[in-house]
Design a protein around this ligand. Structure first.
Ligand SMILES: *Cc1c(COP(=O)(O)O)cnc(C)c1O
Length: 237
């Protein structure tokens, strides 16, 4: 159920959790960007969260976002695609999102590059921001590049002139105890450090941590946390 009216209170509580986790890790809370994951929720909820101060939103399907975006197109916000992107939707994704956080394939990246070079649509810009999604566990085998193929993908992406590779994203398996996700967060941070060396450029963004485990992610270096349930309420209830 949509917790309409509850979003400001939910946001205050998420912000407090972010702040405490950051302080525990000796980090500043401002280093952590909150991405409100609005998938399945109506545009009205995005509006409510925006009014409460959220400025980044994540959607996981291009089509769903196409049906919602016109209702929130007046809001100043950064729209992220966080779900798996099929190559036949790449051009539309480049048109309607400011950041593609879930790139795991060079063919898709090439299509995004081409679409970004044509630079039209709501999110036209010189270079399209993107993150590489890394698959750290086979059990959530839906998307993400395997560790062994990460370097090659990164090397391919940085040759594409209209893309701006900023960092890595991951989606660990769901654990009841968030502590169990910590090794995955730590691993993503290590992989980022290795890829930075390999590419000779900074990759400042680590998108990791969801409603139930973002504190551990922040302690391990997350700079973006993707929070749905804790902000908007339960999906599909
Ligand atoms: C749905 C989703 C989230 C948010 O999950 P919550 O547990 O509701 O916070 C984060 N990241 C991705 C990739 C998602 O698909």
């Amino acid at each position: 159920m949509t917790q309409s009216g509850r979003i400001p209170a939910n946001l205050a509580s998420v912000r407090e959790r972010i702040e405490r986790a950051a302080r525990r890790a000796g980090r500043r809370p401002e280093e952590v960007t909150l991405v409100g994951v609005s998938k399945t929720f109506p545009a009205e909820c995005i509006r409510e969260a925006h009014a409460a101060g959220v400025r980044h939103f994540g959607e996981n399907r291009v089509q769903e976002w196409e049906s919602k975006r016109e209702h929130v197109a007046d809001l100043g916000a950064t729209w992220h695609l966080i779900g798996h992107l099929q190559s036949n939707k790449a051009a539309r994704a480049a048109r309607w999102f400011h950041s593609i956080d879930s790139v795991d394939d060079l063919a898709v990246a090439r299509k995004l590059d081409r679409a970004a070079s044509e630079a039209s649509g709501a999110c036209a810009r010189k270079r399209l921001r993107l993150l590489i999604e890394v698959r750290l566990a086979e059990e959530v085998a839906k998307s993400g590049v395997r560790e062994a193929e990460l370097a090659a993908l990164g090397e391919g992406i940085v040759t594409l002139p209209h893309l701006d590779l900023r960092g890595l994203m991951c989606l660990p398996p769901f654990f009841e105890y968030p502590e169990r996700a910590r090794p995955y967060f730590r691993r993503l941070c290590e992989l980022r450090d290795l890829l930075e060396k390999r590419l000779g450029r900074g990759l400042p963004v680590l998108s990791m941590g969801m409603s139930h485990d973002f504190e551990a992610a922040i302690e391990e270096g997350a700079t973006e946390v993707r929070v749905g349930t804790a902000l908007f309420g339960m999906r599909g209830g």
